[in-house]
Design a protein around this ligand. Structure first.
Ligand code: MG
Length: 402
């Protein structure tokens, strides 16, 4: 491989994956683990690698909408090519992916299963290094378990020597022209039964070289695999986001004549309203400041000056979401929020669970990461005299260490 070699990837996502399908019937590549689909994790592994110039995904004709939703986070990345519809077999699907790359063809192509989201940069590096001198590179791991052959039932009929045995993974890498020719040849000969691309290459007479794979390069096949993948992804993500910070916020708004208040995005009928430029959602303003405070990124007044007409009557969820956008831009996540409301009236208790759900929805975090509490001010001070409502908030965020 020359470093000037242009590299493309074909990600095979055409399966219907019923073995890992959940109650929702979604195929495994479109199941969400650790906040994004399996397919999005897989595509990110390629798009995060500096040598990958183009990625084309082969999809099932019924999954176009699922695909578009899965890749929404990559919008605007010119390296992600339009998806192509696969064929009846895996081999036909790869052929369709290769055909989509034919115009302005790459020098090298890596074929990968969408259901292997743990693809590491190290595997990609080793595969590309092997292609410096080889036409075909197969990522595989040495078989360490003793292999048994059984009859149609559960009766063992023999032990298979495992010497020299390797279990094939993906990606499998090739000189593009060589693999395209091998696939074309196989199709012309009516062969459509190869289960991986290395087999097509072997059949066509190419020499396939092994590349050390990783046991962690798991192919998600069963529901149990999905659970394990979710666990690993979550642990990896939390370990990466080790810079933990807490921010606090405080806000108060005065009452004026009216018939309802808006607290945590929930409308509550009351004999007064809260005065303010936006919808005067006190707890959401405090929460916005808590997130901005944890980021060390100013406050709500700096980002949304009350002097600007466009925030008049505005849903305060806009402010919270903007703070979270700043957090996400820094690669972080919102780990927890906690809000305290201080008011003599209206009564908050009956609305608390609706508020928690609404805040969880606005923040896009699980509801068990949202705390909402309320207290009166024991009739003391401006809150005690029912002149307004105050709110305090804390937000815990996690940022990458680097
Ligand atoms: Mg305010």
């Amino acid at each position: 491989m020359q470093t000037s070699d242009r590299v493309a990837a074909v990600v095979v996502a055409g399966g219907t994956g019923t073995r890992a399908a959940g109650a929702d019937g979604l195929p495994k590549q479109y199941r969400v683990i650790a906040d994004r689909t399996v397919l999005a994790h897989t595509l990110a592994a390629f798009l995060d690698h500096p040598r990958i110039g183009r990625v084309v995904t082969v999809v099932h004709p019924d999954h176009r909408a699922l695909y578009e939703e899965a890749v929404a986070g990559f919008a605007g990345d010119p390296r992600l090519a339009a998806p192509v519809v696969g064929g009846a077999t895996r081999q036909a699907s790869v052929r369709a992916g290769l055909a989509a790359l034919a115009v302005d063809a790459p020098d090298l192509v890596l074929v990968h299963d969408a259901a292997r989201p743990f693809l590491s940069a190290a595997i990609l590096d080793r595969t590309l290094a092997t292609l410096a001198t080889a036409d075909a590179a197969l990522v595989a791991v040495r078989v360490v378990d003793t292999l048994k052959k059984a009859d149609a039932g559960d009766r063992v009929v023999g032990t298979v020597p495992r010497d020299g045995m390797w279990a094939a993974q993906t990606p499998q890498g090739f000189r593009y022209a060589a693999l395209a020719a091998a696939h074309g040849h196989a199709a012309a000969e009516g062969r459509d039964d190869f289960t991986d691309d290395a087999a097509v290459a072997e059949w066509a007479g190419l020499t396939v070289h092994l590349v050390e794979g990783e046991r962690g390069n798991l192919k998600i096949t069963t529901a149990e695999d999905l659970v394990e993948a979710e666990r690993r992804m979550t642990i990896d993500r939390f370990a990466r986001l080790a810079d933990i910070r807490v921010g606090t916020g405080y806000d108060v708004h005065a009452f004026e004549p009216g018939d309802h208040v808006t607290l945590c995005g929930v409308t509550i009928p009351y004999e007064k309203k809260l005065s303010g430029h936006s919808d005067a959602d006190v707890p959401l303003h405090a929460l916005t400041d808590a997130i901005l405070g944890a980021l060390g990124d100013g406050d709500i007044g700096a980002h949304f000056p009350p002097s600007e007409v466009r925030w008049r009557g505005c849903d305060s969820a806009v402010f919270v979401r903007d703070a979270i956008r700043r957090l996400h831009e820094r690669g972080g996540m919102l780990a927890h929020v906690d809000i305290s409301l201080v008011a003599e009236a209206p009564k908050i208790g009956p609305h608390r669970e609706v508020m928690r759900s609404r805040v969880a929805e606005i923040c896009e975090i699980p509801v068990d990461r949202v705390g909402i509490k309320a207290t009166t001010n024991e009739k003391l001070g401006f809150v005690g005299r029912r002149e307004g409502i105050a709110a305090l908030a804390a937000a815990t965020i996690r940022l990458p260490l680097d």
